[in-house]
Ligand binder design. Structure first.
Ligand SMILES: Nc1ncnc2c1ncn2[C@@H]1O[C@H](COP(=O)(O)OP(=O)(O)OP(=O)(O)O)[C@@H](O)[C@H]1O
Length: 321
Protein backbone atom coordinates (compact mmCIF):
# COMPACT_ATOMS: atom_id res chain seq x y z
CA UNK A 1 0.00 0.00 0.00
CA UNK A 2 1.43 3.39 -0.99
CA UNK A 3 0.48 6.34 1.21
CA UNK A 4 0.64 10.00 0.29
CA UNK A 5 2.25 12.31 2.85
CA UNK A 6 -1.20 13.52 4.02
CA UNK A 7 -2.44 9.93 4.34
CA UNK A 8 0.62 9.09 6.41
CA UNK A 9 0.12 12.13 8.63
CA UNK A 10 -3.54 11.21 9.25
CA UNK A 11 -2.48 7.62 9.93
CA UNK A 12 0.13 8.71 12.50
CA UNK A 13 -2.34 11.04 14.24
CA UNK A 14 -4.86 8.17 14.44
CA UNK A 15 -2.21 5.80 15.83
CA UNK A 16 -1.21 8.35 18.45
CA UNK A 17 -4.73 9.09 19.59
CA UNK A 18 -7.11 6.21 18.97
CA UNK A 19 -6.33 2.96 20.81
CA UNK A 20 -6.72 -0.04 18.51
CA UNK A 21 -7.23 -2.43 21.43
CA UNK A 22 -9.59 -2.01 24.36
CA UNK A 23 -9.26 -2.64 28.09
CA UNK A 24 -9.95 -6.27 28.99
CA UNK A 25 -9.40 -7.52 25.41
CA UNK A 26 -7.53 -10.84 25.29
CA UNK A 27 -4.81 -11.08 22.67
CA UNK A 28 -3.56 -14.51 21.56
CA UNK A 29 -5.26 -16.18 24.56
CA UNK A 30 -2.43 -14.86 26.72
CA UNK A 31 -2.35 -11.10 27.06
CA UNK A 32 -5.12 -9.12 28.79
CA UNK A 33 -5.00 -5.47 27.74
CA UNK A 34 -4.93 -2.88 30.52
CA UNK A 35 -4.27 0.46 28.80
CA UNK A 36 -2.32 2.17 26.02
CA UNK A 37 0.95 3.50 27.45
CA UNK A 38 2.73 4.72 24.36
CA UNK A 39 2.43 5.29 20.65
CA UNK A 40 4.62 6.30 17.78
CA UNK A 41 4.51 6.62 14.03
CA UNK A 42 4.37 2.87 13.59
CA UNK A 43 2.50 1.32 16.44
CA UNK A 44 0.93 1.44 19.85
CA UNK A 45 2.26 0.09 23.14
CA UNK A 46 -0.06 -1.36 25.77
CA UNK A 47 0.34 -2.40 29.36
CA UNK A 48 -0.95 -5.98 29.45
CA UNK A 49 -1.17 -8.83 31.95
CA UNK A 50 0.31 -12.06 30.71
CA UNK A 51 -0.81 -15.25 32.39
CA UNK A 52 1.88 -17.91 32.75
CA UNK A 53 1.61 -20.91 35.07
CA UNK A 54 -1.38 -19.28 36.78
CA UNK A 55 0.80 -16.28 37.61
CA UNK A 56 0.35 -12.83 36.14
CA UNK A 57 3.24 -10.86 34.71
CA UNK A 58 2.93 -7.25 33.56
CA UNK A 59 4.35 -6.80 30.06
CA UNK A 60 4.48 -4.20 27.29
CA UNK A 61 2.67 -5.27 24.13
CA UNK A 62 3.67 -3.36 20.98
CA UNK A 63 1.30 -3.75 18.05
CA UNK A 64 1.56 -2.52 14.52
CA UNK A 65 -1.05 -2.83 11.74
CA UNK A 66 -0.12 -5.63 9.35
CA UNK A 67 0.59 -3.58 6.23
CA UNK A 68 3.53 -1.52 5.10
CA UNK A 69 4.85 -1.42 8.66
CA UNK A 70 5.23 -5.21 8.92
CA UNK A 71 8.91 -5.24 7.83
CA UNK A 72 9.71 -2.74 10.56
CA UNK A 73 8.27 -4.97 13.26
CA UNK A 74 9.91 -8.13 11.84
CA UNK A 75 13.21 -6.28 11.89
CA UNK A 76 12.64 -5.17 15.47
CA UNK A 77 11.90 -8.79 16.49
CA UNK A 78 15.12 -9.98 14.78
CA UNK A 79 17.27 -7.34 16.48
CA UNK A 80 15.69 -7.96 19.90
CA UNK A 81 16.26 -11.70 19.48
CA UNK A 82 19.94 -11.06 18.76
CA UNK A 83 20.17 -8.68 21.72
CA UNK A 84 18.49 -11.05 24.20
CA UNK A 85 20.44 -11.04 27.44
CA UNK A 86 21.77 -7.51 26.94
CA UNK A 87 20.85 -5.59 30.12
CA UNK A 88 20.05 -2.20 28.62
CA UNK A 89 17.59 -3.61 26.05
CA UNK A 90 14.07 -4.77 27.04
CA UNK A 91 13.77 -8.55 27.01
CA UNK A 92 11.77 -9.93 24.06
CA UNK A 93 9.11 -12.25 25.51
CA UNK A 94 7.36 -13.31 22.31
CA UNK A 95 6.23 -12.08 18.92
CA UNK A 96 3.71 -13.03 16.26
CA UNK A 97 0.49 -11.87 14.67
CA UNK A 98 -3.03 -11.36 15.94
CA UNK A 99 -6.03 -10.34 13.87
CA UNK A 100 -4.72 -7.61 11.54
CA UNK A 101 -1.74 -6.76 13.75
CA UNK A 102 1.81 -7.89 14.30
CA UNK A 103 2.88 -7.81 17.91
CA UNK A 104 5.92 -8.10 20.11
CA UNK A 105 5.64 -8.66 23.86
CA UNK A 106 8.43 -6.99 25.82
CA UNK A 107 9.68 -6.60 29.35
CA UNK A 108 7.70 -3.71 30.84
CA UNK A 109 9.70 -0.50 31.32
CA UNK A 110 8.87 2.88 32.85
CA UNK A 111 8.49 6.35 31.33
CA UNK A 112 10.63 7.56 28.43
CA UNK A 113 13.16 10.39 28.85
CA UNK A 114 11.12 12.78 26.71
CA UNK A 115 8.18 12.43 29.11
CA UNK A 116 10.43 12.84 32.15
CA UNK A 117 12.01 15.98 30.72
CA UNK A 118 8.66 17.59 29.90
CA UNK A 119 7.46 16.91 33.43
CA UNK A 120 10.62 18.33 35.06
CA UNK A 121 10.80 21.92 36.38
CA UNK A 122 11.53 24.34 33.45
CA UNK A 123 11.34 21.34 31.08
CA UNK A 124 14.96 20.39 31.87
CA UNK A 125 16.67 17.56 33.70
CA UNK A 126 19.59 18.36 36.01
CA UNK A 127 23.13 18.12 34.65
CA UNK A 128 24.00 15.35 37.14
CA UNK A 129 21.09 13.27 35.84
CA UNK A 130 21.73 14.00 32.15
CA UNK A 131 25.45 13.17 32.24
CA UNK A 132 24.75 9.88 34.01
CA UNK A 133 22.04 9.11 31.41
CA UNK A 134 24.78 9.82 28.84
CA UNK A 135 27.17 7.34 30.45
CA UNK A 136 24.52 4.59 30.47
CA UNK A 137 23.48 5.44 26.90
CA UNK A 138 27.08 5.34 25.59
CA UNK A 139 27.45 1.89 27.19
CA UNK A 140 24.14 0.77 25.65
CA UNK A 141 25.13 1.95 22.17
CA UNK A 142 28.55 0.32 22.52
CA UNK A 143 26.89 -3.06 23.11
CA UNK A 144 24.43 -2.58 20.22
CA UNK A 145 27.30 -1.56 17.89
CA UNK A 146 29.49 -4.44 19.01
CA UNK A 147 26.66 -6.81 18.08
CA UNK A 148 26.90 -5.30 14.59
CA UNK A 149 23.79 -3.08 14.64
CA UNK A 150 23.16 0.65 14.33
CA UNK A 151 20.06 1.98 16.10
CA UNK A 152 19.51 4.99 13.76
CA UNK A 153 16.74 6.63 15.80
CA UNK A 154 18.44 7.74 19.02
CA UNK A 155 16.23 10.37 20.72
CA UNK A 156 14.80 11.04 24.20
CA UNK A 157 11.60 9.04 23.62
CA UNK A 158 13.64 5.98 22.62
CA UNK A 159 15.22 5.68 26.06
CA UNK A 160 13.07 4.43 28.94
CA UNK A 161 13.85 4.00 32.61
CA UNK A 162 13.16 0.69 34.34
CA UNK A 163 9.68 -0.03 35.58
CA UNK A 164 10.05 0.06 39.35
CA UNK A 165 12.33 0.10 42.39
CA UNK A 166 16.06 0.19 41.70
CA UNK A 167 15.32 -0.47 38.01
CA UNK A 168 14.29 3.22 37.82
CA UNK A 169 18.01 3.97 38.13
CA UNK A 170 18.64 2.23 34.80
CA UNK A 171 18.30 3.45 31.23
CA UNK A 172 17.06 1.10 28.48
CA UNK A 173 17.15 1.70 24.75
CA UNK A 174 13.94 0.90 22.81
CA UNK A 175 12.58 0.86 19.26
CA UNK A 176 14.83 -1.06 16.90
CA UNK A 177 12.43 -0.68 13.97
CA UNK A 178 14.94 1.43 12.01
CA UNK A 179 18.06 -0.50 12.98
CA UNK A 180 20.54 -1.54 10.31
CA UNK A 181 23.25 -4.15 10.33
CA UNK A 182 26.51 -2.40 9.52
CA UNK A 183 28.98 -5.23 9.93
CA UNK A 184 29.58 -8.20 7.66
CA UNK A 185 29.69 -11.67 9.26
CA UNK A 186 33.53 -11.34 9.41
CA UNK A 187 33.19 -8.15 11.47
CA UNK A 188 34.25 -5.73 8.72
CA UNK A 189 31.95 -2.75 7.97
CA UNK A 190 29.47 -3.22 5.09
CA UNK A 191 30.18 -1.48 1.81
CA UNK A 192 29.40 2.24 1.86
CA UNK A 193 26.32 3.17 -0.20
CA UNK A 194 26.90 6.35 -2.25
CA UNK A 195 23.49 7.65 -1.18
CA UNK A 196 22.00 6.46 2.13
CA UNK A 197 18.21 6.88 2.37
CA UNK A 198 16.92 9.24 5.04
CA UNK A 199 16.16 7.41 8.32
CA UNK A 200 15.37 8.54 11.84
CA UNK A 201 14.07 11.75 13.37
CA UNK A 202 15.25 14.99 11.75
CA UNK A 203 15.75 16.90 15.02
CA UNK A 204 18.30 14.40 16.32
CA UNK A 205 20.05 13.12 13.20
CA UNK A 206 23.74 13.79 12.64
CA UNK A 207 24.99 16.43 10.16
CA UNK A 208 26.24 13.56 7.96
CA UNK A 209 22.79 12.02 7.80
CA UNK A 210 21.46 15.36 6.51
CA UNK A 211 23.89 14.93 3.62
CA UNK A 212 22.57 11.39 3.10
CA UNK A 213 25.97 9.91 3.82
CA UNK A 214 26.24 6.31 4.99
CA UNK A 215 25.35 5.84 8.67
CA UNK A 216 27.96 4.47 11.06
CA UNK A 217 28.25 4.11 14.84
CA UNK A 218 29.36 7.75 15.05
CA UNK A 219 25.95 8.92 13.78
CA UNK A 220 24.14 7.26 16.72
CA UNK A 221 26.52 9.15 19.02
CA UNK A 222 25.79 12.50 17.33
CA UNK A 223 22.10 11.79 17.95
CA UNK A 224 22.97 11.00 21.56
CA UNK A 225 24.80 14.33 21.89
CA UNK A 226 21.69 16.17 20.61
CA UNK A 227 19.52 14.04 22.93
CA UNK A 228 21.60 14.99 26.00
CA UNK A 229 21.51 18.63 24.90
CA UNK A 230 17.71 18.65 24.66
CA UNK A 231 17.37 16.93 28.04
CA UNK A 232 19.69 19.36 29.85
CA UNK A 233 18.89 22.60 28.00
CA UNK A 234 15.16 22.05 27.45
CA UNK A 235 15.35 22.21 23.64
CA UNK A 236 17.52 22.37 20.54
CA UNK A 237 18.00 25.63 18.57
CA UNK A 238 16.46 24.12 15.40
CA UNK A 239 13.30 22.84 17.13
CA UNK A 240 11.07 25.37 15.36
CA UNK A 241 12.54 24.82 11.88
CA UNK A 242 10.62 22.51 9.55
CA UNK A 243 12.82 22.35 6.47
CA UNK A 244 15.24 19.41 6.34
CA UNK A 245 18.02 21.42 4.66
CA UNK A 246 17.62 24.41 7.03
CA UNK A 247 17.96 22.11 10.04
CA UNK A 248 21.07 20.51 8.53
CA UNK A 249 22.59 23.93 7.84
CA UNK A 250 21.98 25.09 11.39
CA UNK A 251 23.59 21.92 12.76
CA UNK A 252 26.68 22.62 10.67
CA UNK A 253 26.99 26.29 11.57
CA UNK A 254 25.70 26.64 15.14
CA UNK A 255 28.38 26.48 17.84
CA UNK A 256 27.12 23.95 20.38
CA UNK A 257 29.13 25.77 23.09
CA UNK A 258 26.60 28.61 22.78
CA UNK A 259 23.75 26.14 23.28
CA UNK A 260 25.30 24.41 26.32
CA UNK A 261 24.33 26.80 29.08
CA UNK A 262 23.88 24.04 31.67
CA UNK A 263 26.01 21.23 30.25
CA UNK A 264 29.70 21.58 31.23
CA UNK A 265 32.50 22.78 28.91
CA UNK A 266 33.84 19.20 28.83
CA UNK A 267 31.08 18.47 26.28
CA UNK A 268 33.34 20.16 23.71
CA UNK A 269 35.67 17.13 23.94
CA UNK A 270 32.68 14.83 23.32
CA UNK A 271 31.82 16.72 20.14
CA UNK A 272 35.47 17.00 19.06
CA UNK A 273 35.87 13.23 19.20
CA UNK A 274 32.79 12.74 17.00
CA UNK A 275 33.99 15.25 14.40
CA UNK A 276 37.17 13.16 13.95
CA UNK A 277 35.32 9.91 13.15
CA UNK A 278 34.15 8.58 9.81
CA UNK A 279 31.59 5.87 8.93
CA UNK A 280 33.88 2.90 9.49
CA UNK A 281 35.64 4.14 12.65
CA UNK A 282 34.96 2.57 16.03
CA UNK A 283 34.23 5.36 18.50
CA UNK A 284 36.35 5.52 21.65
CA UNK A 285 33.44 4.82 24.00
CA UNK A 286 35.61 4.87 27.13
CA UNK A 287 36.91 8.33 26.21
CA UNK A 288 33.35 9.63 25.71
CA UNK A 289 32.36 8.21 29.08
CA UNK A 290 35.34 9.76 30.84
CA UNK A 291 34.38 13.15 29.33
CA UNK A 292 30.84 12.80 30.72
CA UNK A 293 32.18 11.57 34.06
CA UNK A 294 34.55 14.55 34.35
CA UNK A 295 31.65 16.96 33.86
CA UNK A 296 29.63 15.57 36.78
CA UNK A 297 28.90 18.18 39.46
CA UNK A 298 30.67 17.67 42.79
CA UNK A 299 28.85 15.22 45.06
CA UNK A 300 27.01 13.39 42.23
CA UNK A 301 27.86 9.69 42.21
CA UNK A 302 26.53 6.64 40.36
CA UNK A 303 24.12 5.94 43.20
CA UNK A 304 22.89 9.51 43.74
CA UNK A 305 19.11 9.49 42.99
CA UNK A 306 18.15 10.58 39.48
CA UNK A 307 15.72 13.53 39.21
CA UNK A 308 12.66 11.24 39.11
CA UNK A 309 13.71 9.03 42.04
CA UNK A 310 12.83 9.65 45.69
CA UNK A 311 15.69 11.36 47.49
CA UNK A 312 15.65 8.60 50.09
CA UNK A 313 17.49 5.92 48.07
CA UNK A 314 20.14 4.56 50.45
CA UNK A 315 23.41 6.43 49.89
CA UNK A 316 25.28 3.14 50.15
CA UNK A 317 23.50 1.55 47.14
CA UNK A 318 25.95 -0.19 44.82
CA UNK A 319 26.99 1.65 41.65
CA UNK A 320 25.28 0.82 38.35
CA UNK A 321 27.41 -1.40 36.14
N1 LIG B 1 9.01 -2.08 26.79
C1 LIG B 1 8.35 -0.95 27.02
N2 LIG B 1 7.78 -0.71 28.23
C2 LIG B 1 7.11 0.45 28.47
N3 LIG B 1 6.95 1.43 27.55
C3 LIG B 1 7.50 1.25 26.34
C4 LIG B 1 8.22 0.06 26.00
N4 LIG B 1 8.65 0.18 24.73
C5 LIG B 1 8.21 1.37 24.28
N5 LIG B 1 7.53 2.03 25.23
C6 LIG B 1 6.89 3.36 25.15
O1 LIG B 1 6.22 3.50 23.91
C7 LIG B 1 6.77 4.59 23.17
C8 LIG B 1 6.77 4.27 21.68
O2 LIG B 1 7.53 3.09 21.49
P1 LIG B 1 8.36 2.84 20.15
O3 LIG B 1 9.33 3.97 19.95
O4 LIG B 1 8.91 1.47 20.22
O5 LIG B 1 7.19 2.94 19.05
P2 LIG B 1 7.25 3.47 17.55
O6 LIG B 1 5.86 3.37 16.99
O7 LIG B 1 8.31 2.77 16.81
O8 LIG B 1 7.64 5.01 17.78
P3 LIG B 1 8.33 6.12 16.83
O9 LIG B 1 7.42 6.40 15.70
O10 LIG B 1 8.47 7.30 17.77
O11 LIG B 1 9.66 5.59 16.40
C9 LIG B 1 8.18 4.82 23.76
O12 LIG B 1 8.57 6.17 23.60
C10 LIG B 1 7.96 4.45 25.22
O13 LIG B 1 7.43 5.55 25.94
Amino acid sequence: MVRTEEDHHAYVVRLREVPLLSKGQIVCDRFRIEEMIGSGGYGQIYLADMVIDKQELKVALKISPEDVESPRMYLEAIVLTELRGVQCVPHLISCGDYDVFNYIALELLGENLGQLRKRAPHGRLSVGTVLRIGIQAVNALKVVHEKGWLHRDVKPSNFCIGHDGLERHKIFIVDFGLARRYKNPDGSPRKVRPHAPFRGTTRFMSPNMHQRKEHGPVDDLWSLMYTLTELAEGGLPWRLLRDFEDIGNMKRTKRMEEVWRHLPPTMTSFKLHLTKLTYSDTPHYAHLNSVLQKGLPNGVHDWTPYDWEPKTVPQTAPPIK
